[in-house]
Design a protein around this ligand. Structure first.
Ligand code: DGJ
Length: 527
């Protein structure tokens, strides 16, 4: 089942593409249970000579997407992609007088367009507005194109900031009073990084932002440029527009990662300078996926992950939709995935995850909206072997599934999503985890147990019970073990009893003290 609000997304975007590539890629992606594809639209391709536009490739992609019942998110590769400017047309690249470059600390012009070129901004705006006008004409009825990413992973690559003559002049001048004033009034939403450096009584960028002044200065300049682009784009066609961010590696300095991009550090500057941006999105390739996505969970920001490491995607998707309540999660390079199970490798595939989540999309959306949803992801190298989340009065304690009796790990990765459908009734989807259930002592002092576990599926809106899980399969009624390397959905009904009603010889419902018999605690899977 396809869903138009939660996106089961993949990004296909290493190059701007040809019309023919749509013919081979889009049908395959539709088979992989994606409902939305991110595709680039490069400035050099749509405006090969100044003022002459060609949208034929885009038109073909839109038509093919419609045939495959897919949606598209357009990535505007205008002045910058990954910080550089290699998707700008040759007529822009060649004319460094009209379209000035950013300058490095040693005085060399870089292949990075300066944020301060007024002609560059004018031409980028014109091209972007022509694109949006074209999409409006072609698509406003059918709305195959859902939203637009403006530029790609912007930020200055080099020593901290652009050192062109104009940039140096502005950097030495006072920080615009309006920025300081608005920041002064927004302190409660500052990131820890901005809070640590902001000095409103200063005058120059260096005084006001200290060691982070290069980065904040670049954030101010990129945000101004992007705001002007969006103004032009939305002026033609009002679609949601966002920016994506290249996140820092540990110990990287600004300029080693794109300085002044929409990292979570100085987004307050973006909020002030670029109010037309609808949301900020992290591209998450680092292993601590949960840390980075959580940094974008702040009031007013809808969570969308436009790029993510494909190998970890089947697990991180559960965290994104379940815990971060994302409306879209998009592994990068999804066109490399094969449609046959034999070709997709030993792990669950993102396609299995999307198929399962897609089958319960109404429930997922309702649970996201009401907050009756949790998710977690665990790896063999996670800092703790267990992770616990609370939902609906219960604690769900997960650990990676192990064999019995050898107790070796059956998988290095596991993840789950839990949606509460009714009091005591949960739908749990995931892979590779063994989950114990406890009553949450912060809710009441009852005892809890498993009433039933069923493996279920949903097709065309109809529920099917595939098997009832009990006995060895539920560790004698104490745990749910999700098969490793596969994705399944379970309906779990829990119950509570009052402590006072338990018999003197205690009923071994799920409490930690009942779990000390080693052989009984082993995963039932391998029995
Ligand atoms: C991040 C960029 O946004 C993408 O366009 C692509 O270059 C990937 N990195 C490649 O890893």
């Amino acid at each position: 089942m396809k869903n138009l609000i939660s996106f089961w997304v993949g990004s296909w975007e290493t190059s701007a593409g040809t019309a023919a590539e749509a013919d081979s890629i889009l049908p395959r992606l539709a088979q992989l249970h994606l409902n939305t594809v991110l595709m680039p639209v490069a400035w050099e391709q749509v405006e090969p000579s100044e003022g002459t536009f060609d949208f034929s490739i885009l038109d073909h992609w839109i038509e093919l997407a419609r045939q495959q019942h897919l949606h598209l998110v357009l990535l505007w590769f205008g002045s910058w992609k990954n910080g550089f400017s290699n998707y700008a047309p040759a007529w822009v690249k060649e004319d460094t007088r009209r379209f000035p470059r950013a300058v490095s600390a040693d005085g060399a012009p870089l292949e990075i367009l300066s944020t301060l070129g007024s002609e560059t901004l004018k031409c980028d705006r014109q091209a972007f507005s022509a694109l949006m006008e074209h999409v409006k004409q072609k698509d406003q009825e059918q709305q195959t194109v859902l939203m637009v990413q403006v530029e790609n992973e912007v930020g200055y690559l080099g020593r901290g900031r652009d050192r062109s003559v104009e940039a140096d002049r502005l950097f030495r001048a006072p920080v615009p009073a309006e920025l300081v004033e608005k920041l002064r009034n927004a302190r409660e939403s500052f990131s820890p990084e901005l809070r640590a450096h902001f000095n409103p009584s200063g005058r120059t960028w260096k005084d006001v932002f200290g060691d982070t002044s290069d980065e904040v200065f670049m954030a101010w300049n990129y945000a101004r440029y992007i705001e002007a682009d969006i103004e032009a784009g939305k002026g033609a066609y009002q679609l949601p527009m966002y920016v994506n961010c290249q996140l820092p590696a540990p110990a990287e300095r600004a300029g080693e990662y794109p300085s002044g991009g929409p990292q979570p550090y100085y987004l307050e500057v973006y909020r002030i300078v670029a109010p037309s941006l609808d949301f900020y999105s992290p591209d998450i390739y680092w292993p601590n996926f949960d840390y980075w996505i959580d940094r974008y969970k702040f009031a007013g920001n809808a969570i969308f992950v436009p790029e993510a490491r494909i190998e970890a995607a089947p697990f991180n998707a559960f965290y994104a939709y379940g815990e971060a309540r994302a409306f879209g999660f998009s592994p990068f390079g999804v066109d490399s995935l094969r449609t046959t199970p034999e070709a997709s490798g030993p792990d669950p595939s993102i396609s299995d995850v999307y198929a399962m989540l897609g089958s319960v999309s109404e429930m997922l959306l309702a649970a996201q909206a009401s907050g009756d949803i949790r998710g977690l992801v665990l790896h063999s190298n996670s800092p703790r072997p267990t992770q616990t989340v609370a939902l609906g009065g219960y604690l769900f304690e997960a650990t990676l599934s192990r064999s019995w009796p050898a107790k070796t790990l059956l998988t290095d990765d596991g993840a789950m999503i839990i949606m509460q459908a009714a009091p005591n009734e949960f739908y749990m989807g995931g892979s590779g985890l063994t989950i114990s259930f406890y009553r949450d002592p912060d809710v009441d002092n009852k005892l809890s147990g498993i009433a039933s576990i069923e493996e279920v599926s949903r097709e065309e809106g109809n529920w099917h019970t595939l098997r009832r899980i009990n006995g060895d399969q539920s560790n004698q009624g104490r745990q749910l073990s999700m098969a490793p390397h596969q994705v399944h959905l379970y309906r779990v009904i829990l119950y509570t009893i009052d402590r006072s009603s338990s018999a003197p010889a205690p009923l071994c419902v799920n409490q930690p003290q009942c779990a000390n018999n080693e052989s009984e605690m082993a995963s039932p899977i391998a029995r």
